[in-house]
Design a protein around this ligand. Structure first.
Ligand code: PLP
Length: 363
């Protein structure tokens, strides 16, 4: 049996360092907004070459608070995609702004700048671009658009820790980078967590207040905020994970390269010269995706679909009034995509077995 994902092999590799980190925090007597969070924020900012990192409770919060820090709220429109985790859209809606869903480029599965341009109205204030699966979106096209219309650009980097676009780390190209540390992400905590990176000291300062009930100094509140903090345990775990991130991304890339070299009858992700994909997911496309998924399951190979129902076709979002057919590329992706096993601890032999089974079924 080859599962789609498992986290235990990675834990086993890092167990000594993780145990040391958790013990250090437990023994310190300081559990919220303490030295681990401070160190982690500094290290995470440094890794990106960003001026500041502000940690929060989740990736969803990172996007929401990032938008709020950038001044987005009720009455505003925010352009994003329907081909993403629901969290992206949830975060926009939590600010009071309206998500405007634009179609993707089917090759990269990310926001198509031309579709984003068509979605602009006089109310558009921001773009939330998602570097889905670990593939950086077309930031050049989106930056041109954002500059023309004076839009805030938030990068949803929840699946793209360490990915690069023209040599720049994602999260540092727009105004704000939002990260999730949900356990399955390329850099996962042992619970929920998130962070925002920015080169704007003003945004960073607002974020620090927003995550802590608007507090400026102890029990003094100059603005309203919420409770969205990373805890010391997660920060200590993430400091360990950050030290291994590049190595783990390198292994993900090796696995992806093995898939690339041994899959001939299904379409894998494109390798683009100006982008460094970090393969949060290795996604193929097949006309009879459901048939392939079932056949692989019968052969002991786990796969998943990210995501089977685009946001605009979810029951919860009927009020967006985007019927089937509104976003053709998004809908085609949802019908044909399949994510193959990819995790730290997956062996070359197992990858080759997945490829062999797919080639037997499709070749
Ligand atoms: C995981 C994810 C999020 C949300 O992160 P949480 O930490 O689960 O809140 C947002 N966007 C994308 C693309 C994600 O994959």
């Amino acid at each position: 049996m080859i599962p789609f994902n498992q986290l235990k092999p990675l834990h086993d590799l890092l167990a000594d360092e993780i145990h040391e980190a958790l013990r250090r925090v437990a023994d310190s007597g300081w559990y919220i907004l303490g030295p681990e969070v401070r160190e982690f924020e500094q290290e995470f900012a440094e890794y990106h070459g960003a001026a500041r990192a502000v940690s929060v409770a989740s990736g969803t919060d990172a996007i929401e608070l990032g938008l709020l820090a950038g001044g987005v709220g009720a009455g505003d429109e925010v352009i994003t995609v329907a081909h993403t985790a629901m969290a992206t859209v949830t975060a926009i809606e939590s600010t009071g702004a309206k998500p405007v869903l634009a179609d993707i480029d089917l090759e990269t599965y990310t926001l198509n700048p031309l579709a984003a341009r068509e979605a602009i109205t006089e109310r558009t204030r921001a773009i939330v671009v998602v570097h889905l699966y670990g593939q950086p979106a077309d930031m050049d096209g989106l930056k041109v658009l954002a500059d023309e219309h004076n839009l805030l650009v938030i990068e949803d980097c929840a699946q793209a820790h360490g990915a690069e676009h023209k040599g720049r780390k994602v999260g540092t190209i727009g105004d704000i980078g939002a990260f999730s540390f949900y356990p399955t992400k390329n850099m996962g905590a042992y619970g929920d967590g998130g962070a925002v990176i920015t080169s704007s000291l003003e945004y960073a300062e607002r974020l620090e207040k927003l995550r802590n009930y608007g507090q400026t100094t102890r029990y003094r509140h100059h603005s309203r905020g919420t409770n969205s903090r990373l805890d010391e345990m997660q920060a200590a775990v993430l400091r360990v994970k950050l030290r291994h991130l590049d190595k783990h991304n390198k292994r993900r890339k090796e696995i992806a390269a093995l898939y690339d070299a041994n899959l001939h009858s299904v379409a894998g992700p494109p390798v683009l010269g100006d982008r460094r994909h970090v393969y949060h997911l290795y996604v193929i496309r097949d006309r009879d995706r459901d048939g392939l998924m079932t056949a692989l399951q019968e052969r002991g190979i786990g796969t998943l679909i990210h995501y089977p129902v685009p946001v605009h076709l979810q029951e919860s979002h009927r009020d967006l009034s985007l019927p089937a057919g509104s976003l053709p590329e998004t809908e085609k992706a949802a019908r044909e995509i399949l994510s193959l096993p990819l995790y730290i601890g997956l062996g070359d032999e197992e990858v080759l077995r997945v490829c062999a089974e797919i080639e037997k079924l499709r070749g």
